[in-house]
Design a protein around this ligand. Structure first.
Ligand SMILES: [Zn+2]
Length: 90
Protein backbone atom coordinates (compact mmCIF):
# COMPACT_ATOMS: atom_id res chain seq x y z
CA UNK A 1 0.00 0.00 0.00
CA UNK A 2 1.43 3.29 -1.07
CA UNK A 3 0.95 6.38 1.03
CA UNK A 4 0.57 9.63 -0.84
CA UNK A 5 0.53 12.96 0.96
CA UNK A 6 -2.49 15.12 0.28
CA UNK A 7 -2.13 18.85 0.54
CA UNK A 8 -5.34 20.69 1.23
CA UNK A 9 -6.51 23.99 2.56
CA UNK A 10 -9.64 24.45 4.69
CA UNK A 11 -10.41 27.81 3.08
CA UNK A 12 -11.48 26.15 -0.14
CA UNK A 13 -11.52 22.43 0.71
CA UNK A 14 -9.38 21.95 -2.38
CA UNK A 15 -6.48 19.56 -2.61
CA UNK A 16 -3.14 20.42 -4.14
CA UNK A 17 -0.82 17.91 -5.83
CA UNK A 18 2.35 19.32 -4.28
CA UNK A 19 3.40 21.22 -1.20
CA UNK A 20 4.73 23.95 -3.46
CA UNK A 21 1.30 24.48 -5.04
CA UNK A 22 -0.29 24.65 -1.57
CA UNK A 23 2.24 27.28 -0.54
CA UNK A 24 1.47 29.19 -3.73
CA UNK A 25 -2.21 29.02 -2.82
CA UNK A 26 -1.39 30.48 0.63
CA UNK A 27 -0.17 33.62 -1.13
CA UNK A 28 -3.44 34.17 -2.99
CA UNK A 29 -5.89 36.93 -2.08
CA UNK A 30 -8.65 34.39 -1.48
CA UNK A 31 -6.60 32.52 1.13
CA UNK A 32 -5.33 35.72 2.78
CA UNK A 33 -8.89 37.06 2.99
CA UNK A 34 -10.07 33.78 4.56
CA UNK A 35 -7.22 33.88 7.12
CA UNK A 36 -8.04 37.48 8.04
CA UNK A 37 -11.77 36.75 8.39
CA UNK A 38 -11.07 33.67 10.51
CA UNK A 39 -8.69 35.63 12.69
CA UNK A 40 -11.31 38.34 13.18
CA UNK A 41 -13.99 35.74 13.95
CA UNK A 42 -11.70 33.99 16.46
CA UNK A 43 -10.89 37.32 18.10
CA UNK A 44 -14.59 38.15 18.45
CA UNK A 45 -15.27 34.75 20.01
CA UNK A 46 -12.34 35.17 22.39
CA UNK A 47 -13.50 38.67 23.33
CA UNK A 48 -17.04 37.45 24.04
CA UNK A 49 -15.73 34.61 26.22
CA UNK A 50 -13.62 37.07 28.20
CA UNK A 51 -16.55 39.48 28.58
CA UNK A 52 -18.67 36.62 29.91
CA UNK A 53 -15.91 35.61 32.31
CA UNK A 54 -15.62 39.20 33.58
CA UNK A 55 -19.38 39.37 34.15
CA UNK A 56 -19.30 36.06 36.03
CA UNK A 57 -16.42 37.24 38.22
CA UNK A 58 -18.16 40.56 38.94
CA UNK A 59 -21.30 38.69 39.95
CA UNK A 60 -19.30 36.31 42.17
CA UNK A 61 -17.54 39.28 43.74
CA UNK A 62 -20.85 41.02 44.45
CA UNK A 63 -22.24 37.88 46.11
CA UNK A 64 -19.09 37.41 48.20
CA UNK A 65 -19.27 41.01 49.37
CA UNK A 66 -22.88 40.44 50.49
CA UNK A 67 -21.86 37.30 52.38
CA UNK A 68 -18.97 39.20 53.93
CA UNK A 69 -21.27 41.98 55.12
CA UNK A 70 -23.65 39.42 56.60
CA UNK A 71 -20.82 37.67 58.42
CA UNK A 72 -19.49 40.97 59.75
CA UNK A 73 -22.95 41.78 61.11
CA UNK A 74 -23.11 38.39 62.80
CA UNK A 75 -19.68 38.92 64.34
CA UNK A 76 -20.79 42.31 65.70
CA UNK A 77 -23.88 40.71 67.19
CA UNK A 78 -21.84 37.92 68.71
CA UNK A 79 -19.20 40.26 70.21
CA UNK A 80 -21.79 42.78 71.43
CA UNK A 81 -24.89 40.71 72.09
CA UNK A 82 -28.11 42.53 72.86
CA UNK A 83 -28.87 42.96 76.59
CA UNK A 84 -30.71 40.13 78.32
CA UNK A 85 -34.47 40.31 78.39
CA UNK A 86 -34.69 41.26 82.09
CA UNK A 87 -32.52 44.33 81.46
CA UNK A 88 -34.44 45.30 78.42
CA UNK A 89 -36.54 48.39 78.94
CA UNK A 90 -39.15 47.38 76.41
ZN1 LIG B 1 -6.46 28.53 1.59
Amino acid sequence: MEITPVYSCPCSNRTYPHRRSLLAHHRTKMHTKWVNENELRDLKISLTKRDNKILTLKNDNRQLMQVNELLLERIKTHVNPPPPIDRCIY
